[in-house]
Write a protein that binds this ligand. Structure first.
Ligand SMILES: NC(=O)c1ccc[n+]([C@@H]2O[C@H](COP(=O)([O-])OP(=O)(O)OC[C@H]3O[C@@H](n4cnc5c(N)ncnc54)[C@H](OP(=O)(O)O)[C@@H]3O)[C@@H](O)[C@H]2O)c1
Length: 289
């Protein structure tokens, strides 16, 4: 695994205020990157900013955004574009699980809205910045949970028989299809896109939902699951290795390339998922390629 010097490279990390995203943002800053922390809570963003400043000797910028909201994503992307800086690495890391079925302010099931649709929308909105100074890359933090996921186009909002794992696995499967579709659409532009599963992480993801894993999450997980710093190695590899200036559309786990599970007719699934995403977000991207 080679990691290039990130001096002068602008890296935006979503979900940078906790767990995997926070550890990754810190590692990128320690390698010299100009990091942008995207988070929804100013207090947590400032706290992360101070921690990274202390560790890396450089203060990341903050971009406030609630990824559940279409309007907030458009505003945040507009703010980033107004900085008139290129974007070299976009890490789509933010994610959640929700014990009960909830909806975003725009009426999409919340897991699908934050884990997948927000990633789609912010990527489309920031594409001009990624294309400004290639090579640039997109890193998608997916999960092997996608292997048990199913995209039910009659019920992407999971109204029938909601279960947190069903919603989570579906959102991660959507991300893995997005990885493949976007890589093809961006082929030849100098912008690559690759996805990874960081493996299990001793993070707060399950701890945020009362009753989801209760005391187990906070007390036992740190004993058996790797710390975010260790888990972030695979995404760091995708964000920094010069290999990914060329390699595109691949899926990685524990530092190794794997074949994702894309189901029986991935082309048709991608076509339908892309159309649904455009309809829900109101943005479209590069043509089918
Ligand atoms: N934990 C695991 O075992 C595991 C395994 C495989 C893949 N992953 C994936 O790794 C990624 C990071 O997860 P993690 O374990 O580090 O979880 P985490 O500690 O809960 O961090 C999740 C991050 O996403 C942010 N986020 C959630 N909803 C948001 C919203 N509406 N708007 C803006 N930001 C929002 C959180 O912000 P706040 O701080 O404001 O809440 C936080 O910064 C996720 O995509 C997850 O699916 C995790």
């Amino acid at each position: 695994m080679r990691e290039q010097d990130m001096e002068g490279r602008v890296c935006l990390v979503t979900g940078a205020t906790s767990g995997h995203g926070r550890a990754l943002a810190r590692r990128l800053a320690e390698r010299g990157a100009e990091v942008v922390l995207l988070g929804r809570d100013l207090g947590r963003c400032r706290e992360t900013q101070r921690e990274i400043d202390r560790a890396a000797g450089r203060e990341p910028r903050v971009l406030l955004c609630d990824l559940a909201s279409r309007a907030a994503i458009d505003r945040a992307a507009g703010e980033f574009r107004s900085w008139e800086t290129p974007l070299h690495v976009l890490v789509l890391n933010a994610g959640l699980v929700s014990r009960d079925r909830k909806e975003s302010p725009d009426g999409t099931e919340l897991t699908m809205a934050v884990n997948y649709l927000a990633a789609f929308q912010i990527t489309m909105r920031l594409l001009p910045c990624l294309l400004r100074q290639p090579p640039a890359r997109i890193v998608i933090v997916a999960s092997d949970a996608h292997r048990v996921g199913r995209l039910d186009f009659d019920d992407l909002d999971v109204r029938r028989r909601y279960w947190f794992w069903k919603a989570y696995a579906q959102s991660k499967l959507a991300l893995v299809h997005f990885n493949r579709a976007l890589a093809r659409r961006l082929d030849g532009t100098g912008v690559t896109v690759n996805a990874c599963d960081p493996g299990p992480i001793a993070s707060r993801i399950a701890d945020r939902e009362p009753g989801l894993t209760a005391a187990l999450a906070s007390r036992l997980l740190p004993l058996v699951f790797p710390a975010p710093e260790k888990a972030a190695r695979t995404a760091l590899h995708l964000a920094t290795d010069p290999l990914f200036d060329r390699q595109t559309g691949s899926y990685w786990r524990f530092g190794r390339r794997r074949l994702p599970s894309l189901g029986r007719d991935p082309d048709e699934t991608e076509r339908r998922l892309w159309a649904w995403s455009v309809e829900r977000t109101g943005v479209d991207g590069p043509g089918p390629g």
